[in-house]
Design a protein around this ligand. Structure first.
Ligand code: B16
Ligand code: MG
Length: 225
């Protein structure tokens, strides 16, 4: 069967809105309290990675991986989440990244289904604050996902819930781990951000502002032919 574009599956943080910045600020605050030097560069490695895995990486960065019990780590992760939740309280529809509303409009006009594949347990809160919840045919519940990105599970789950085969889907991501997950799921990958970091993507835009539905559709079909 020749693939046909039927669905677009979005990452949330860094694609629909800039919550990637809020995750960064929340981890930065916690790292400071723990005396761990945390940089924007290191934060790139946490994009698309679950809360607990992110904490483990930060502790390794600070050489503190053996300093806390499992219960203490849970408290640290909860503290980061409190900081993050305080930051997302102020989100409004104005925080939808440029070009995304127009892209959603084009998808609807062309009868393309929409899915959300965010590993964030706060995804539904964010998408509701952006007033976009009604736009999605499927929002995968991150709590039901066993393996985070770069595992393809969340993208495969979205396709399954949309009743679409992976080859007929496009995934959009800003994180290296996310692009790896999309490719492992057998989907066409659109990357948002730095070309060097997102080399595996089939098509890359520097920012969401540049996204063009017609261009993405043409690239999808030419890759499949
Ligand atoms: P939470 P995505 C990911 O969301 C973020 O990129 C990552 O930085 C974060 O640690 C992860 O969600 C978990 O988020 O702590 O809110 O459950 O990129 O998959 O939309
Ligand atoms: Mg992201």
């Amino acid at each position: 069967m020749v693939p046909q574009l039927k669905a677009v599956i979005f990452d949330l943080d860094g694609v629909i809105t800039d919550t990637a910045e809020y995750h960064y600020r929340a981890w930065e605050a916690l790292s400071k309290e723990l005396g761990i030097p945390f940089t924007k560069g290191f934060n790139e490695e946490l994009k698309g990675i679950s809360r607990m895995e992110s904490l483990e990486k930060i502790l390794v960065l600070g050489g503190k991986q053996n300093d806390f019990t499992t219960d203490e780590k849970t408290l640290l992760a909860d503290r980061k989440n409190d900081y993050y939740r305080r930051l997302i309280e102020t989100i409004t529809p104005q925080d939808i990244l440029p070009g995304i509303k127009e892209f959603i409009f084009d998808l609807k006009q062309n009868g393309i289904k929409m899915g959300l594949a965010s590993v964030s347990k706060n995804a539904f809160t964010v998408i509701s604050r952006l007033e976009l919840a009604g736009e999605f045919d499927v929002i995968v519940d991150a709590a039901l996902i066993q393996k985070g990105k770069p595992d393809p599970e969340i993208f495969l789950r979205a396709a399954e819930q949309l009743s679409v085969v992976p080859a007929d889907c496009i995934g959009i991501e800003d994180a290296e781990a996310g692009i790896t997950a999309i490719k492992a799921a057998g989907m066409f990958a659109v990357g948002i951000g730095n070309v060097e970091r997102l080399v595996q993507a089939d098509l890359i835009y520097h920012s969401t502002e540049e996204i063009q539905f017609d261009e993405i559709r043409a690239a999808f079909y030419s890759a499949k032919s």
